[in-house]
Design a binder for this molecule. Structure first.
Ligand SMILES: Nc1ncnc2c1ncn2[C@@H]1O[C@H](COP(=O)(O)OP(=O)(O)OP(=O)(O)O)[C@@H](O)[C@H]1O
Ligand SMILES: [Mg+2]
Length: 272
């Protein structure tokens, strides 16, 4: 199973959520987290890891082999045991590596994700339709769009939600931190929110390689929220696969003119 996690704007907590999901995956071996952020990876710096093995060495190996074990071979281990494929730190190299991976006939990520009991979580960073991570998103089994609950980020989500839902399979919206209540966001956007990740500075810092007094995902409310999302992904995946990309389920009834707005125009210039 291949799950992609991404944002449209800001830095809402995509990398943090990708790691928390992997740490709290409910069954089987822990997922492999792959840093596919075209803006460059953060894990090397946050965890003081080596640059290799990682995404660059994976792309090079992918030229010669389509072994489904390739992805695992290019992982490094984080404290606590999670296995990650680190992205290059520089944006230019990250983009070039993603372009190269997209051109390979057999995707190492897809090949691994098609292996029984292997879950791959790809952190695709901030995405637009021209992103070199788009082919990974299109090939994913599930995709999570992450946003903060504030006007600026929600405005971008509201304008693009419907086109994003067509990018790939099983779209889900995850809201991080304080701001508008979940029910209000659902009403205004006309979609269900799959999960709400609480704002927990110390616990998020622990997931960014600064343990301090932060709790591990096994003990934190951030981890519990991620566990609920992971469980939903597992149960959605067990259902028959959608043959075409589907729209997010509409909350009923759809948004009407007297409902809250997020103070910004959407794609068509209309307000929610
Ligand atoms: N639930 C949370 N509570 C508190 N702080 C958080 C939470 N999630 C993320 N953060 C913090 O916000 C910052 C950005 O998080 P993260 O790197 O996960 O975002 P991102 O969306 O991956 O950003 P980018 O697009 O820049 O890679 C980090 O300092 C992280 O510790
Ligand atoms: Mg990130």
């Amino acid at each position: 199973m291949l799950v992609v996690v991404f944002s449209l704007k800001g830095s809402p907590g995509v990398t943090t959520l990708a790691l928390a999901l992997a740490a709290r995956w409910p069954e089987g071996p822990q997922p492999i987290v792959v840093e596919c952020d075209p803006a460059g990876g953060d894990l090397v710096a946050r965890y003081r890891l080596e640059q290799a093995p990682g995404l660059v060495s994976l792309a090079a190996a992918g030229r010669r082999s389509s072994d489904p074990g390739l992805l695992q071979q290019h992982t490094q281990e984080l404290p606590g045991g999670l296995r990650v494929v680190v992205g290059p730190v520089g944006a230019e190299q990250a983009r070039a590596t993603l372009v190269e991976l997209a051109q390979q006939q057999t995707s190492a990520m897809r090949a691994a994700a098609d292996t029984p009991d292997t879950v791959v979580i790809a952190d695709c960073g901030r995405v637009d339709p021209d992103s070199p991570a788009m082919s990974i998103i299109r090939s994913a089994d599930a995709m999570l769009l992450v946003t903060r609950a504030r006007d600026d980020q929600l405005a971008h989500v509201s304008g693009k939600l419907r086109s994003v839902a067509r990018w790939g399979r099983r779209p889900g919206l995850v809201v991080v931190g304080e701001g508008y209540p979940t029910s209000e966001i659902e009403r205004a956007l006309g979609v269900n929110v799959m999960g709400r990740i609480p704002h927990e500075d110390k616990d998020a810092a622990a997931l960014a390689g600064r343990p301090g007094r932060g709790r591990s995902p096994a003990k934190s409310s951030l981890g519990r929220a991620a566990a609920r999302i992971a469980a939903q992904l597992v149960s959605q995946y067990a259902e028959p696969s959608p043959t075409t990309a589907h729209m997010p389920r509409l909350a009923s009834p759809g948004p009407s003119s007297d409902e809250p707005t997020f103070a910004a125009d959407n794609e068509s210039g209309a307000r929610l």
